[in-house]
Design a protein around this ligand. Structure first.
Ligand code: IMP
Ligand code: MG
Length: 178
């Protein structure tokens, strides 16, 4: 089995790029159906979402906009619980239907904060699409409308997800070697 070392950690293959694509295609089918008449704004939370957004868009076939924000609540392998910053929202989202696009929901603190912020801006609706969800790690009552994979509370890298900034270029998702 092809293991990957990043700094002090060893990772093993977990979810293949093909499985990711199959799941994103299913997700997109549901979003295309639900949001067809709404011209949604797909809002990516950087940095981790960049690959999910790009590949998800291959399967979205309804009129829509795509935009990105940056929020950080995470350092190294532990959620700090403190939201540091928000960068990059230039356009008005008032009365728009938003689909937040996330790589992973861990504690849910980031997404909870993002949803509140969007609601304060007077959006028409907010839905959440995430590639990965760690149900056991959730510290907020988050409803992820579109979830590709529910995974155990283990640290993963690849496909946009990083360990200390590294590993985002990996095409598959890897999990910590036990
Ligand atoms: P939350 O606020 O705890 O839900 O954390 C969300 C953010 O933490 C994600 O957007 C990721 O950037 C990061 N994160 C959470 N779990 C992992 C992981 O297993 N690997 C890499 N990054 C993670
Ligand atoms: Mg990250």
């Amino acid at each position: 089995m092809k293991t990957v070392q990043i700094k002090d950690k060893h990772f093993v293959p977990y979810i293949s790029n093909q499985e990711i694509h199959d799941a994103l295609q299913q997700l997109a089918t549901a979003i295309n159906r639900d949001m067809a008449e709404k011209c949604p704004v797909f809002l990516g939370v950087l940095n981790g979402c960049f690959r999910v957004m790009g590949d998800l868009m291959q399967y979205i076939n309804i009129p829509c906009e795509v935009s990105f924000v940056k929020l950080a609540s995470y350092e190294g392998m532990q959620t700090t619980g403190t939201i540091r910053n928000l960068i990059g929202l230039s356009q008005s989202l008032e009365n728009r239907h938003i689909v937040i696009v996330e790589d992973i929901i861990d504690s849910g603190i980031t997404i909870d904060y993002t949803i509140r912020l969007l609601q304060e801006m007077g959006v028409a609706s907010v839905r959440v699409a995430t590639l990965l969800l760690k149900p056991e790690a959730l510290k907020r009552d988050i409803k992820a409308d579109y979830t590709a994979f529910r995974i155990p509370n283990d640290f993963v890298v690849g496909y946009g997800l990083d360990y200390d900034g590294l590993g985002r270029e990996l095409n598959d998702i890897y999990t910590l070697k036990q």
